[in-house]
Write a protein that binds this ligand. Structure first.
Ligand SMILES: *Cc1c(COP(=O)(O)O)cnc(C)c1O
Length: 354
C-alpha cells in the first residue's frame, strides 16, 4: 500500500492498529472505566485544561455541529472563514437554525484579531468559531492574537477547531481562554478516522445548560454526566479509545515538547524543498501551518501527473483542495513522520518531477 502524505487521513502506525484491534470490552464495565479514566490525566495535560476531555464517536464535524447546538442560543454565532472547513462551518450553523454571521477573508489569509474585534463590536453574539489551522489552505491563524481580542468580549464563547494542529504546536486551552477546543483522530493524532476529542470550559458548560434543543448525541451536559463515572453517553468506538491510549503513550514517551520540535523540523525540511524548487507558499510568512504545507504551483507543474508518479513510487500526496486543485498541492508532515521519512517523500517527488 502506498504511504499517505495527504493532510488527513494520515498514515497509521502498526502499533496504533494493533491497539485498535484489541478484544472488545463492555462500555459500562470496570475495564472500560479504567481505560477511559486512565487516559484522562494525560489528555488534560495535552489540552492544557483542568476540565475533563470528552470522547465523541463521530468525526470532528459531529462536535463542530454539537458546539453550535450547545453554545448558541438566541444570540448570533460569528463564523470566521478562510478556507473549505471554516467556510462550511457557516452552513452548518445555518442548518442548525442559528443566526450565523460570516467573517470571510480570502482563502490563503489568516483570521486577524482586528477583523474579529470589528465583527464582534456589532454585539449580540453567543459564540465565535475559529479553525486554528485551515487544512485546505495550510494557514495557521495566530491563536494568541485571537484569544486576546476575545477577552474584550467575555460574554462570547470561543470554539476552536484544532483538527490539524493539536499536538503539533502548543495549544494551552485554559491559559488562552478557549471555551471549546476540539480535534479529530485521523489528522494530527495519526489514528483511524471516527473519533473526536473535545473539552469545554466552565463558561461553555454553564451556557450549554441554558440552551434549548441541544439534541442528545452531542449534548455537552450528557457528556459531563457520564464523564463523572468515566463513561460516554452512548456506546463509544472502544477500539478508537485503545488506539488513543497507545498514541498517548507514544506522545508522552517522546515528550510533548519534543513532538512539537519534530513537527517544526519536518515542516522546515518541506519548506526548504519548496524554496529549492522555486515554488511558492499559499500562506503568507508567519501564518504557515506546521502540520502541512500548501504549495503554490508557481512553476506550472502538472500536479495530477506528479500525484500519479508519486503514487507509483509509493507515496500519496494531495493535489489541492476544491477550487485550489492544481493551483496548489499539499504535503502533510503530521503524526509519526520524521525528518528521515519526510526526506524519503521529497526524494520520491524529485524523481517524479523529472
Ligand atoms: C478534516 C478537518 C475537519 C473535518 O473532519 P471530519 O473528520 O471530516 O469531520 C474539520 N476541520 C479541519 C481543520 C479539518 O482539517
Amino acid at each position: 500500500m502506498p504511504k499517505l502524505f495527504i493532510p488527513g487521513p494520515i498514515q497509521v502506525s502498526e502499533k496504533t492498529f494493533a491497539a485498535f484491534c484489541k478484544p472488545m470490552i463492555g462500555h459500562r464495565s470496570g475495564d472500560f472505566k479504567k481505560l477511559y479514566g486512565g487516559i484522562q490525566p494525560r489528555l488534560k495535560e495535552l489540552f492544557g485544561t483542568t476540565q475533563p476531555v470528552f470522547l465523541s464517536t463521530s468525526s470532528a464535524w459531529g462536535v463542530m455541529e454539537g458546539s453550535i447546538r450547545n453554545l448558541v442560543g438566541s444570540g448570533k454565532v460569528l463564523n470566521c472563514m478562510n478556507g473549505a472547513f471554516s467556510d462550511k462551518w457557516l452552513d452548518v450553523s445555518k442548518k442548525c437554525g442559528k443566526d450565523a454571521v460570516a467573517l470571510q477573508v480570502e482563502w490563503g489569509q489568516p483570521i486577524r484579531g482586528e477583523q474579529l474585534r470589528t465583527a464582534l463590536s456589532a454585539g449580540g453574539f453567543d459564540a465565535v468559531t475559529l479553525i486554528h489551522n485551515e487544512t485546505s489552505t495550510g494557514v495557521m491563524s495566530d491563536i494568541r492574537e485571537i484569544a486576546a481580542v476575545m477577552r474584550e468580549f467575555p460574554e462570547v464563547c470561543l470554539i476552536v477547531d484544532t483538527v490539524s494542529s493539536f499536538s503539533v504546536v502548543p495549544l494551552p486551552m485554559d491559559e488562552l481562554g478557549i471555551d471549546v477546543l476540539l480535534t479529530g483522530s485521523q489528522k494530527a493524532l495519526a489514528m483511524p478516522p471516527g473519533l473526536a476529542l473535545f473539552a469545554a470550559s466552565k463558561k461553555a458548560m454553564e451556557r450549554a445548560a441554558t440552551v434549548k434543543a441541544r439534541g442528545y448525541y452531542f449534548d455537552f451536559v450528557e457528556f459531563a454526566k457520564n464523564q463523572a463515572e468515566d463513561m460516554t453517553p452512548s456506546t463509544p468506538s472502544i477500539s478508537h479509545i485503545y488506539a488513543l491510549e497507545s498514541k498517548i503513550d507514544d506522545i508522552f514517551t517522546e515528550g510533548v515538547a519534543a513532538r512539537h520540535a519534530r513537527h517544526a523540523e519536518n515542516n522546515a525540511i518541506v519548506h526548504e524543498w519548496v524554496r529549492g524548487k522555486g515554488l511558492g507558499f499559499f500562506a503568507p510568512e508567519g501564518y504557515r501551518s506546521k502540520a502541512l504545507t500548501c504549495i503554490a504551483n508557481t512553476t506550472g507543474i502538472d500536479v495530477e501527473a506528479l500525484g500519479k508518479k508519486a503514487k507509483e513510487r509509493g507515496f500519496i500526496i494531495d493535489g489541492g483542495y476544491g477550487k485550489l486543485k492544481g493551483k496548489t498541492f499539499r504535503l502533510s508532515n503530521m503524526g509519526d513522520e520524521t525528518p528521515e521519512t519526510m526526506r524519503e517523500l521529497l526524494t520520491a517527488l524529485d524523481a517524479s518531477l523529472v
